[in-house]
Design a protein around this ligand. Structure first.
Ligand code: ADP
Ligand code: MG
Length: 297
């Protein structure tokens, strides 16, 4: 992948808000076999809200206390989950405490000290990495998965105190974009750091086969490797994403497609930039690529 430098294509491309970074991108997009889509911020709005809170029956904390600790710990993070928890705490008018010693682990979660307590938040794998037992949370986890909510454990002083669910609604055009890409003959996949259950539920909502087309629990550092795996199978890959953690995968893909609503890092790494966050820009861009090639020949 090469960075977006010049804008090419017809006036139609500009009209559709599609910027091609040179003739190569315009030519290559039509030739890919697989379109791999990031989930958070690409298929979904990227603005999750808190929708569930399962308190441990043995927790020494109330729901409000756990949420206040969690939001306080997330105050220094710019992850969408942090935004969801801070908004929820604000809506409930909970008082936050300044956190210290924040350590974030990309793709896992974070740890911070809040008012003398060690607060650790994140995915099930993060708890496992910390050596914390979540085996009694199976039913709550399954429920969140069915709701397509992302599970976020909150451990206080080394004890899982609650399991939160944050939900990120689909963007309006996502399902239609996937259907159109399928009509155009592309294989469409999802690559995400989110849990298997949540990823599968979202996949089903947008019309992707959860058994075949979902790569979940992929660490940010491994998204590019997921693209390489497909390329190793002889497939040409377009990767579509919006976040900093998508940038290496966009660079590795045969064609990297960034959403203009995402981070600058993603945009700078991409071959194609979609000015709007609407995923229907992807099949539109593919159609332009196909039409341009027909004109060239
Ligand atoms: P995505 O691919 O959906 O953007 P990430 O790779 O950023 O996801 O994160 C993967 C998972 O790690 C999240 O679904 C969440 O469970 C956990 N996680 C990461 N960062 C945080 C955070 N700041 N707070 C809580 N959980 C987090
Ligand atoms: Mg994203």
């Amino acid at each position: 992948a090469t960075p977006v430098s010049v804008m090419v294509g017809s006036g139609k491309a500009a009209e559709l808000g599609v910027l091609f970074g040179g003739g190569r991108a315009l030519e290559q997009l039509h030739r890919v076999d697989v379109v791999a889509l990031d989930k958070t911020g690409t298929l979904t709005a990227g603005r999750p809200t808190l929708t569930a809170l399962h308190l441990s029956p043995t927790a020494a904390w109330t729901e409000s206390e756990v949420l206040a600790l969690a939001a306080s710990a997330e105050a220094g993070s710019d992850h969408p989950i942090a935004h969801a928890l801070l908004t929820a705490a604000q809506e409930r008018e909970l008082a936050l405490t300044a956190a210290t010693g924040l350590v974030t682990e990309a793709g896992y979660g974070l740890t911070a000290q809040v008012g003398g307590h060690r607060v650790q938040l994140g995915a099930e794998q993060y708890m496992a990495r910390l050596g914390l037992d979540t085996s009694s949370w199976g039913a709550a986890l399954a429920e969140l998965g069915q709701q397509a909510a992302t599970p976020v454990f909150v451990a206080v002083d080394g004890q899982p105190a609650a399991l939160l669910g944050v939900s990120d609604p689909l963007k309006p055009g996502s399902r239609e974009a996937v259907a159109e890409l399928h009509r155009q003959g592309y294989r469409v996949m999802m690559v995400t750091g989110d849990s298997q259950a949540t990823a599968r539920a979202i996949a089903a909502q947008v019309g992707l086969d959860p058994d075949r087309e979902v790569r979940a629990e992929v660490l940010p550092a491994d998204k590019a490797a997921a693209v390489e795996d497909l390329q190793a199978q002889g497939l040409k890959v377009a990767m579509v994403g919006d976040g900093i953690n998508d940038a290496p995968a966009l660079a590795r893909a045969d064609v990297g497609v960034a959403l203009g609503t995402g981070t600058d890092v993603a945009a700078q790494t991409a071959d194609v930039l979609l000015m709007s966050g609407d995923l229907r820009g992807v099949p539109n861009a593919a159609a332009l690529s196909a039409a341009t090639l027909r004109n060239i020949r």
